[in-house]
Design a binder for this molecule. Structure first.
Ligand code: GLA
Length: 389
């Protein structure tokens, strides 16, 4: 694991090597895990998430030309962007920083072209939002570089806008918000209607989070994500026709939903069951955390996964197997798919002394049952993004 100083050192050296000058500003932004509250963010629901100790480090300076240039320690070649248009192929990673730059510019903030070096310890393709970390780190760095003051909530929204309109992924605000506002050792409760948030202490200090990679990356993720989103909006529309105060699924109680079962399109009903159920689980999870009832909290993770399997249908065989194996391991409190789904990773919450055995058993059993290898990342809950002196 990289300590804060060494992340800064690596990115400072990379900047110096590539641009032959010292960087002016430094920022860091963490990846995130969604602990509970799946696909609720764009339905104006609630989520419990956490920023993790896997981070993007950024060193930035003003560009002396009209071009933006960025270099990442993960890719051999720096990328230069003359016209602010989305890049394709191997250079596409630059769309995250350039997208943030473009949204800031379009909103009239006085940003100018930049040079940037990036170093990331956020695993790629693990569903822990390496892209949001890069956006949030970029946003902080550019604001510092050009002396722009923007409220952090607004800045998270600017990053989301960059992802929606420049990168082309129609995500909610969860990833950027969690990377911005995470608090070390606490879970972040976020209400995506009001954008109120609260850092909830984790009961007991011996809890470990594990991100376990299924190794399955579904090619159709964006398509599936958008179709689920659409189905949720359609379900809300069904209720809005009868009651104009209904704006999103956040306005529907489980009781109302169950009462409408025979009239609502069965597919939309299942999607709504997931989202409304997840909101309920987040509210009860928050109470359980506050009481220190971690075992009961863990049960909510299993229920969430069940709902993903049967209602939202955003799981897959491999994720189900990972959750089943986790359930059989001593010291595990709960496990579920985390993030968009359709592949990606599971999040498992366990007693810290269960780590070693968990890793051994899940690797062995997953291989036995799927023929695939898995990687386990143990994560600490970290602070959100910041400028580094
Ligand atoms: C992805 C999106 C988030 C959120 C989750 C599902 O991570 O980027 O906005 O919708 O899926 O909860």
């Amino acid at each position: 694991m990289i300590s804060p100083d060494s992340g800064r050192d690596i990115v400072a050296r990379h900047f110096q090597d590539i641009f032959r000058t010292a960087a002016t500003v430094f920022s860091r932004a963490p990846g995130r895990v969604e602990v509970l509250g799946n696909h609720t963010d764009y339905n104006e629901g609630v989520v419990l998430s956490a920023a993790i100790d896997r981070e993007v480090w950024i060193a930035a300076g003003k560009s002396s030309s009209s071009e933006c240039r960025a270099a990442s320690t993960q890719f051999p070649e720096p990328v230069t962007v003359k016209e602010i248009l989305p890049q394709k192929g191997t250079n596409a990673w630059i769309n995250y920083p350039v997208g943030v730059y473009k949204v800031l510019k379009d909103r009239g903030f006085p940003v100018q072209p930049f040079t940037m070096a990036i170093h990331s310890t956020v695993p790629l393709g693990a569903g822990v939002s390496s892209s949001a970390a890069l956006e949030v780190g970029t946003a902080l760095a550019l604001c510092s570089l050009y002396d722009i003051k923007i409220d952090p909530t607004e800045l998270a929204k600017i990053c989301q806008k960059a992802e929606n309109s420049f990168v082309g992924m129609n995500c909610g605000l969860l990833d950027q918000f969690s990377s911005m506002f995470g608090k070390a050792g606490r879970l972040l409760f976020i209400d995506f209607r009001s954008l109120d948030h609260e850092a909830i202490p984790m009961a007991g200090s011996d809890i470990t989070l594990a991100i376990t990679l299924s190794g399955v990356a579904h090619a159709l993720v964006a398509g599936e994500y958008n179709s689920r989103r659409h189905e949720c909006f359609e379900a809300a529309k069904f209720f809005a026709v009868k009651d104009s105060t209904v704006k999103t699924l956040r306005d529907i109680s489980m009781q109302q939903l169950l009462a409408a079962k025979s009239e609502l399109n069965p597919q939309f009903f299942k999607r709504a069951m997931h989202v409304v159920g997840e909101d309920e689980r987040v509210f009860s999870g928050m109470q359980l955390l506050k009481k220190g009832s971690i075992k009961e909290f863990g049960q909510l993770l299993y229920q969430s996964h069940e709902s993903s399997m049967h209602n939202f249908e955003n799981s897959c065989k491999e994720l189900d197997i990972l959750v089943d194996i986790a359930k059989s391991i001593d010291g595990v409190y709960g496990s579920r798919l985390t993030g968009g789904g359709f592949g990606g990773a599971t999040l498992t919450m366990m007693r810290s002394d269960a780590r070693e055995n968990f890793e051994k058993v899940i690797k062995r059993e997953y291989r036995k049952q799927t023929g695939r290898d898995t990687t386990v990342h143990f994560a600490k809950i970290a602070d959100g993004a910041s400028i580094i002196a």
